[in-house]
Design a protein around this ligand. Structure first.
Ligand SMILES: [Mg+2]
Length: 414
């Protein structure tokens, strides 16, 4: 089997409302690049990548000459072809490699008649549990609905998501407002959903001393972990010495060098594996095996996804013996998807691992066209800018917080 063509299409798919985070905002939509790898036997494999609100179409298109003629089964060769580590100073292509790997695995599964999880060791579970992913949200600029800013709104949103999807784990994305305000919100959330577990992620914007203070103030709650309270392995290590809550990261352990450093001098308890950040599903499986050996926890990270990327997360979650935490996904904030059948459904807080050969999802060509046109109309957006605070940019550690009393909508062009 040989690859004969590579296509990339950028789409802009609406979210229910703009999602605020420590560095800015998802401006009411996800911009994702959909990758199609076509083979000489007529199969089409699907990949997907993000890019902080920007298209990756040109970067993917530039790799066409690399992959045309390549056997999609030679995945280790693909790793060195696209992302040789000694070439990465000039061309860091780890995320591009991931998108190509998804498509190659998809095409291999289709050719061999098995789901991708069967290429990765075989499923250990048929469903992957997910956490509710709670964000502070601006109101939808079209409808005015969907704002989440106050503790009452966070609790109401969490309860609604639990009612709709059956979540038993709830993650609060924070780092937007002053620490004491977010502490009050988190404690109100934990008090409102007895029997559930919780996780908190301020995206590494605090000082180490602030991280220690917050960590100690939540020790009595049922925390899965405190995620990236501070930026850098050494700040995480100092926090971990002082706080009796497991620490997790998707920020400072995202490659094997960092994983080795964390094993030799542990700073983080739980490694959040992102199929894009690590360079593919297979890299995550390898990293999970290292974590299993050294008895570090793992979970499945979400860097924003449509159904193709979600499928990679499901196949990963299906094969990890040491997946002891619910996975994260932004997915329930989406208003639509580009896969046949519409968005995948949550039942009892989990999503079924696809059974069909390959990734088990197919492109809805009408939706691809619709949201491709939407991208052409709107273009990208700066993920690390806040449309509600023009001219603002954060520091690390940050002290330029948003005002929790400010309920004005953000001026987002549509
Ligand atoms: Mg995180």
């Amino acid at each position: 089997m040989k690859i004969v063509n590579l296509r990339a299409t950028t789409v802009s798919v609406p979210l229910e409302a703009p999602l605020r985070h420590a560095n800015g905002c998802h401006w009411g939509r996800f911009v994702r690049t959909i990758i199609e790898v076509e083979t000489d036997n007529g199969l089409v494999g699907l990949g997907e990548m993000g890019g902080g609100g920007e298209s990756a179409e040109a970067a993917i298109a530039a790799l066409k000459t690399y992959v045309v003629g390549h056997d999609p089964a030679r995945l280790e060769q693909l790793r060195f072809l696209i992302a040789n580590p000694t070439a990465s100073l000039y061309n860091n292509r780890t995320q591009l490699l991931a998108a190509l790997e998804f498509a190659c695995l998809d095409v291999l599964g289709q050719a061999w008649g098995v789901p991708v999880c069967d290429l990765l060791g075989g499923r250990l579970r048929d469903r992957v549990p997910f956490a509710a992913y709670l964000f502070f949200r601006y109101p939808n600029p079209r409808t005015g609905a969907g704002e989440v800013r106050t503790a009452e709104q966070v609790v109401a949103h969490a309860r609604e998501l639990q009612r709709l999807h059956g979540f038993r784990t709830h993650k609060l994305k924070a780092g937007v407002f002053p620490q004491d305000y977010e502490l009050d919100v988190y404690r109100a959330l934990a008090a409102s959903l007895p029997g559930c577990s919780f996780r908190f992620d301020p995206n590494a914007v605090w000082s180490t001393e602030q991280a220690i203070r917050f960590g100690q103030a939540i020790e009595d709650l049922r925390n899965d972990y405190l995620e990236d309270p501070v930026y850098g392995l050494h700040g995480m290590r100092r926090t971990r010495e002082m706080v009796r809550v497991p620490l997790a990261t998707n920020t400072v352990v995202v490659n094997f060098e960092q994983l080795a450093a964390n094993v030799l001098n542990t700073a983080v308890d739980v490694i959040l594996l992102d199929t894009t950040f690590w360079g593919g599903i297979r890299a995550c499986v390898k990293a999970a095996a290292v974590c299993e050996t050294f008895q570090l926890g793992v979970a499945v990270h979400s860097s924003g996804e449509l159904g193709i990327q979600l499928a990679t997360m499901l196949h990963l979650g299906a094969v990890l013996p040491n997946l002891t935490f619910a996975a994260d996904a932004h997915y329930h904030h989406l208003a639509d998807d580009i896969i046949v059948g519409g968005p995948m459904r949550y039942v009892d807080g989990s999503i079924a691992v696809p059974d069909a050969p390959g990734l088990g999802v197919k492109l809805d060509r009408d939706k691809l066209g619709l949201y491709g046109e939407e991208y052409k109309r709107l273009g990208g957006y700066p993920y690390d800018q806040d449309p509600g605070r023009p001219g603002w940019s954060p520091l690390v550690p940050n002290d330029r917080w948003a005002d929790p009393a400010d309920g004005r909508p953000a001026g987002i062009p549509y």
